[in-house]
Design a protein around this ligand. Structure first.
Ligand SMILES: CC(C)(COP(=O)(O)OP(=O)(O)OC[C@H]1O[C@@H](n2cnc3c(N)ncnc32)[C@H](O)[C@@H]1OP(=O)(O)O)[C@@H](O)C(=O)NCCC(=O)NCCS
Length: 233
């Protein structure tokens, strides 16, 4: 197993390719973003998880989320192994004096027989609408492509879940299929959209060059164009 290096946190910022080792350890992995810390959940987090997750507004948008969400569900999730090539993070919001308060969760795994590693995320309702889901998913996707060797990732979303769909789109996923999912909350089969992102698309988005603008006079612009045409001829 290769070790997580100190410099790893910077790799995704500058978009380098990493070592793509599928066996990169996830145990003890901590991912830091501008506002968030993504880390493994611990038994001490169980009550905080329940307080965030025990909400119909969260459960009705997730096919596998139990409702009501009890402490035993939290322990079950904490103990669950995300499997090889998977990720499982409690998302914590950085605060003053080095505090980090749990606000949600994000996973990448092969749940429900998925052939492609599939993301899932949820946040406590009070934390919605501040860009946290997009920020956390960007980090998980970067890690998956940079360090876990994945070539394609998937994300499913109930067709009625507009905020979920926006997060997925803002991560660069594209609609791949329309399917049916067994929704635990509804106790019924519901339509879901399946989105995918391929490594090449992610690489292209990460390499998107910053726009550079310069002020030029009309004469200078004319000169640039003429020179450009002259070379082309
Ligand atoms: C979906 C969820 C994860 C989004 O978390 P979040 O931190 O609020 O997400 P972000 O702030 O990064 O992005 C939300 C986007 O949805 C948009 N949005 C919010 N409500 C919307 C609505 N009713 N219709 C359309 N777009 C909506 C926001 O404007 C934002 O998009 P923008 O940046 O283009 O303006 C959160 O609402 C949640 O936990 N829901 C319950 C579980 C769930 O649905 N999980 C995702 C399954 S796919």
């Amino acid at each position: 197993m290769s070790e997580v290096r100190d410099s790893d946190q910077y790799e995704s910022l500058i978009g380098e390719a990493g070592d793509r080792a599928i066996h990169r350890p996830t145990k003890g992995l901590v991912i830091e973003t501008q506002r968030l810390i993504l880390r493994a959940p611990k038994a001490e987090d169980a009550m905080a998880i329940v307080l965030l997750a025990d909400n119909a507004a969260v459960a009705r948008n997730l096919v596998g989320m139990p409702h009501p969400y009890r402490i035993e569900h939290a322990f079950e999730w904490i103990d669950e192994d995300p499997g090889e090539g998977g990720q499982k993070h409690l998302i914590c919001l950085k605060g003053a004096n080095g505090t980090a308060t749990p606000i949600g969760a994000v996973t990448l795994d092969f749940r429900r027989g998925a052939r492609i590693p599939t993301l899932g995320c949820w946040f406590g309702e009070v934390h919605w609408g501040r860009g946290f889901a997009t920020e956390a998913c960007h980090a998980v996707i970067d890690y998956a492509f940079l360090h876990q060797g994945h070539d394609k990732l998937s994300f499913t979303c109930r067709v009625t879940n507009q905020p979920g769909r926006r997060v997925i789109e803002k991560c660069g996923f594209q609609l791949a299929a329309q399917e049916l999912g067994n929704a635990r909350y509804q106790g019924a089969v519901v339509p879901v959209d399946r989105f995918q992102i391929e490594r090449r698309t992610w690489e292209s988005l990460r390499a998107w060059e910053p726009l550079r603008l310069h002020r030029r006079t009309e004469d200078e612009i004319g000169g640039l164009t003429t020179r450009g045409l002259a070379v082309a001829e």
